[in-house]
Design a protein. Structure first.
Length: 473
């Protein structure tokens, strides 16, 4: 319990955590003032042995309970780098932290539709997204004993191969999106995805024999289309500027040999991933490039268009709700930001033993679960949008409520108290001290006395429906 609380209040290495405990009331209240690192590791080993039991309770409460009538479960994968060279889970793979060349681990996070974490799986650092998804699906069916669930994952997670695997398992549905080649195939001359679908609305339901038993919801986001066009133009300009330098070097004789020219050209077009948009002609003494205008035009026509595929029937979800459900994946991303950097600071991984790595990630997941509830309860004291409006158009970007705009503009809450970030609020609560006093001539054992709480501190405890305690219970 102390490790989880410390991860919320002051994330640090386990050694630094044991030292921080002694500066807080936590050490005395939980009896960890004299805890050694060996005892900390023993507690981690104890916890990881009970992971399935802990997660089963969370899953039953939040995925299988009445608060989740649509039976939705969100899943996504992330990674964090590892220090040292001895961890058996550490491997080189695609780094989502941008730490190229370093060993890493991967971990998949399962949440409820609100983004509340309920389970986590740690995997070797070179595990592919579909493989990770298969593992969590097996856990949902075998470990958590859930059926009739709808798994929500992005297009890189729930691929066509994984869809076939879900069909074989049975009892599980899905909400995901099609990859770009499949969208392009639907948008072919004789395909069902035509631009006229979006004349009256930004979404439309279509069908195709390649997706039997599934519904396809095509969406066009004008804001996303504008951003993709801007980004493509910027990357094309940057690529052409670099390729022009290579042309000049070849013409002046400073760069010769087709192999050497090709290596340098490959670095340029690979850096911006623009190889598909150019026609290249390389010889030992010459190099020319021409933009592939037909390919660029074809890609630009699909800017801002995406297609969601699902097995959920129209009696349960209309097309707008299908889109909104897919967009709930943003809540998993928010949970990852919380667990990795903003709140819990999971990374980097300093442990070497596989069980300790799994225990560390589990502690961080449980701390994120605690943070989720605290953020919900303390939303009136922070800049959190308490009443974000449901957009009339589910394809359009989300908007803040008037209350959130007021907080941002005035830096105050609706109670005219200072609005704070969640981290700043924790720091402010840390100023509420418990002092042990001795009175001359009285019982030498003394007594404990709390400092006078500020209005913000009083309100924080009211929001979690608790009186300010003299000791942690």
């Amino acid at each position: 319990m102390a490790l989880i609380i410390a991860r919320v209040c002051r994330p640090a290495s386990k050694l630094a955590t044991t030292r921080w405990w002694t500066d807080t009331t936590l050490a005395a209240d939980l009896g960890v003032a004299d805890a050694t690192t060996d005892e900390v590791y023993a507690a981690m080993d104890w916890l990881v042995e009970r992971q399935d039991s802990v997660e089963r309770k969370l899953v039953r409460a939040h995925l299988g309970g009445p608060d989740n009538p649509d039976r939705l479960a969100l899943f996504d994968l992330s990674s964090s780098w590892v220090t040292g060279r001895c961890c058996p889970l550490a491997a080189r793979g695609y780094s989502r932290d941008g730490k190229k060349g370093l060993p890493q681990i991967e971990y998949g996070l399962l949440t409820d539709p609100a983004g509340r974490p309920v389970a986590v799986r740690v995997l070797p650092g070179n595990t592919a997204d579909p493989t990770a998804f298969t593992g969590i699906v097996q856990a949902v069916k075998d470990t958590f004993k859930l059926t009739d669930m709808v798994m929500v994952g992005d297009r890189g997670m729930i691929t066509s191969a994984r869809v076939e695997a879900l069909k074989e398992l049975g009892g599980l549905g899905w909400v995901t999106a099609l990859r770009a080649p499949a969208v392009a195939a639907l948008a072919a001359d004789d395909g069902p995805l035509q631009m006229t679908l979006f004349d009256q609305a930004n979404l439309a339901e279509i069908t195709h024999p390649s997706f039997p038993g599934e519904r396809l919801v095509a969406c066009r986001n004008p804001a996303l289309a504008t951003e993709r066009a801007r980004k493509r133009l910027a990357l094309l300009e940057a690529t052409e500027a670099e390729l022009t330098k290579i042309v000049a070097a070849v013409q002046t004789g400073r760069l010769t040999d087709a192999g050497k020219i090709g290596i340098r050209v490959g670095k340029v077009i690979g850096r911006h991933k623009m190889a598909k948009h150019y026609i290249l002609d390389i010889t030992d003494t010459a190099f020319t490039f021409t933009p592939n205008t037909d390919h660029i035009t074809t890609e630009a026509a699909l800017d801002g268009i995406y297609v969601i595929r699902t097995t959920v029937g129209p009696e349960q979800m209309d097309p707008a709700k299908v889109v909104a459900t897919y967009k709930t994946l943003a809540r998993v991303e928010r949970a990852f930001r919380s667990i990795k950097a903003i709140d819990v600071d999971l990374r980097p991984i300093h442990h070497h033993l596989e069980t300790r790595v799994r225990a560390h990630v589990l502690i961080c997941m449980l701390a994120t679960y605690l943070v989720w509830h605290l953020r919900q309860a303390w939303a009136p004291l922070t800049f959190t949008d308490e009443n974000r409006p449901d957009p009339a158009d589910p394809v359009a970007p989300a908007r803040r409520s008037a209350g959130a705009d007021h907080k941002a503009a005035t830096k105050t809450t609706t109670d005219d108290q200072p609005a704070r970030s969640f981290t700043n609020l924790l720091d402010h609560l840390a100023t509420l001290t418990r002092n042990h006093l001795h009175v001359a001539g009285q019982d030498e054992s003394g007594f404990d006395l709390l400092a006078i709480p500020t209005p913000t501190q009083r309100r924080a405890f009211e929001l979690i429906d608790s009186a300010i305690p003299l000791t942690l219970k």
